[in-house]
Design a protein around this ligand. Structure first.
Ligand code: ATP
Ligand code: MG
Length: 567
């Protein structure tokens, strides 16, 4: 491809609206342009990279035995009403009407459509297991579309759905997708972790993993072991409890101290006022679980893990109590709650129980209590693991590892759905005993366009993009320093033709631009190998530089071509 003809509008300056490194690079290197918030056009370079990502995904899906289909973006609202998601999906679901005033949605995902399809097309266990996938445009009216392709409102997703006759078989389908995902992200050159995730409100039985690209801009926090492969989302992260409740100090009862703490409500304020560490305090939070108040106590330097508490209580609804409720149950404004004198159920974290004594709220405005002794004052509480993991906690899986924290971008998600959709949409098959039963389903997503951004968050330097070879828009950038110099141009054309014949994708910078401009653009668009044809062209000598290395090397024509073919 001749660069003079290519629609590749590079920008010197970072556009002010872009914050994420990947977004800035994509705009500057002329990969994408925005049409509306969260809605983008892929220019030729961006489209090429996206196609390469799609191709990797497609190859690995096919390899895993999944079959490609293509489902419509426009979906009748009735299907969504049947699954019960028409109401619960909320404003992210884009809704529209046709000329007959029938309601439709623009699909944010395709569980409904695929389940309806399989309901009418598959009737026997003999056809199972079956996994179908597509690479297709999704629509989600995100509240905060941002960071370019990382959170779009129209974006490209690979979504796959498995149908099995029982849970063992589902597990095999799930693992086959899980392994395919590992191959896909490895081939894309991504630094990622597969993390155990929380099943959350999507429902379903069994496991779910998210694939997280490690990057500072990521919205998720991941706890990962520094010794083994254990990794989990913060809300799901387990850790080995070092001090169990039974190591609790058999303390001698001391006197409670009444401490005047005017308007001092937060742990940080207490730390400052008392000049001691946050771990000397007990933090008491009032929640409501299915409408009833409960108190949760964690050490001052810890955070309550609401999912763990919610699961232990078996509550459907669990949230922080409002100020009115807190005041009613503690007799004090929010900020002064403590365990002593409370008549509601109390849950205390292991780490609190391991304290000899600490400072807690007094359930009285502007007062705290010192010398609160768990061994004495927290006799009738429910003890358990109610906190988030923190850096340095012991790995729950291996002996020696410690947890470290990272930020991550969710690029993929595998999920055991069970019968949630087959039940709702009445999708059944005849099993081996001739009995009708619902399909056991799994769903598996990869944000293909988000993946492009995630790769760029990891593969760039101060001069621009550094593409992994597997997804680079072109493999070789041939740059004659002076396009007006016929000798240089002839040699450049010759090299480009030779490489193209060998199946290598070449971009030829035939523009009549200053060398500085050409090199800056070349670095910015990040093609893995650059061949510069300059003043030694007449002797058949060119300069080669790998984008990910600092040094260039001079080689003769044939050696240069051999090098390019090899790399
Ligand atoms: P998030 O928590 O980031 O909103 P999600 O849980 O809504 O993601 P899924 O419904 O599991 O995402 O969708 C499957 C995959 O699609 C995600 O793993 C992610 O890679 C991608 N994805 C989801 N929402 C977007 C979006 N708005 N823009 C780009 N990619 C997205
Ligand atoms: Mg979402």
């Amino acid at each position: 491809m001749r660069q003079s003809q290519l629609l590749m509008p590079t920008l010197r300056e970072a556009p002010s609206e872009a914050e994420a490194a990947s977004h800035i690079l994509m705009l500057r290197a002329g990969l994408i342009r925005q049409l509306a918030a969260g809605i983008y056009t892929y220019l030729p370079l961006g489209r090429r990279v996206l196609r390469k990502l799609e191709q990797i995904v497609r190859e690995e899906m096919d390899q895993a035995g999944a079959q490609e289909v293509l489902m419509p973006a426009m979906q009748p609202a009735e299907l969504w009403q049947q699954s019960g998601r028409y109401e619960v999906y909320g404003p992210e679901l884009i809704r529209l009407h046709d000329r007959h005033d029938r309601e439709f949605t623009l699909g944010p995902t395709h569980e409904e459509v695929i389940t309806a399809l399989i309901r009418s097309e598959v009737s026997s266990y003999r056809q199972l297991p079956m996994t179908l996938y597509q690479i297709q445009t999704k629509f989600r009216d995100e509240q905060r579309p941002r960071y370019g392709l990382l959170r779009g409102r129209e974006f490209l997703m690979k979504d796959a759905y498995s149908f099995d006759e029982d849970f063992d078989s589902l597990h095999r389908s799930y693992m086959s997708m899980y392994e395919a995902y590992n191959r896909i992200f490895t081939r894309c050159g991504l630094n990622y972790r597969a993390v155990e995730a929380d099943a959350g409100s999507i429902g379903g039985e069994g496991g779910t993993h998210e694939f997280m690209a490690l990057a500072e801009i990521g919205e998720d926090t991941i706890a990962a072991c520094d010794a083994c492969s254990y990794a989990a989302n913060l809300e799901k992260a387990e850790f080995r409890v070092e001090q169990q409740a039974d190591s609790m100090q058999a303390a001698e009862q001391g006197e409670l101290e009444r401490l005047h703490t005017p308007d001092i409500k937060k742990i940080e304020q207490l730390v400052e006022a008392f000049g001691i560490g946050a771990d000397a305090f007990m933090k008491t939070l009032i929640y409501t679980a299915d409408g009833s108040p409960v108190a949760v106590i964690v050490r001052g330097d810890h955070e309550v893990n609401e999912i763990k508490v919610k699961n232990v209580l078996g509550a459907a609804q669990f949230e922080l109590a409002d100020h009115v409720t807190t005041e009613r149950v503690t007799g004090a404004p929010t900020g002064f709650a403590g365990p002593i004198g409370l008549t509601i159920p109390i849950l205390a974290d292991y780490a609190v129980m391991a304290m000899e004594a600490g400072i807690a709220g007094a359930n009285e405005q502007d007062y705290h209590l010192g010398n609160v002794q768990p061994g004495v004052h927290l006799a009738n509480v429910q003890v358990g693991d109610f906190r988030n993991a923190i850096a340095g906690d012991c790995c729950p899986r291996c002996e020696q590892g410690r947890l470290t924290f990272h930020r991550g971008i969710e690029v993929g998600h595998v999920f055991k759905l069970g019968t949630k959709y087959s039940d709702a949409l009445n999708a059944k098959f005849l099993n081996a005993s001739g009995v009708e039963q619902p399909f056991i389903m799994g769903c598996y997503g990869i944000g293909v366009s988000r993946l492009l951004s995630a790769v760029l968050e990891q593969h760039a330097d101060s001069n621009g993009i550094v593409w992994p070879k597997s997804i680079a828009p072109y493999q070789v950038h041939v740059v004659p320093v002076s396009a007006k110099d016929q000798v240089q141009m002839d040699l450049a054309l010759h090299i480009a033709a030779r490489l193209q014949e060998a199946g290598i994708e070449v971009l030829l910078d035939d523009r009549d631009e200053r060398p500085g401009v050409k090199f800056k653009d070349s670095d910015l668009i990040g093609i893995p190998l650059r061949i510069v044809i300059g003043k030694h062209a007449a002797e058949g000598v060119v300069e080669l530089k790998l984008r990910n290395e600092a040094e260039a090397q001079k080689l003769g024509l044939e050696e240069a071509i051999a090098f390019a073919l090899e790399k």
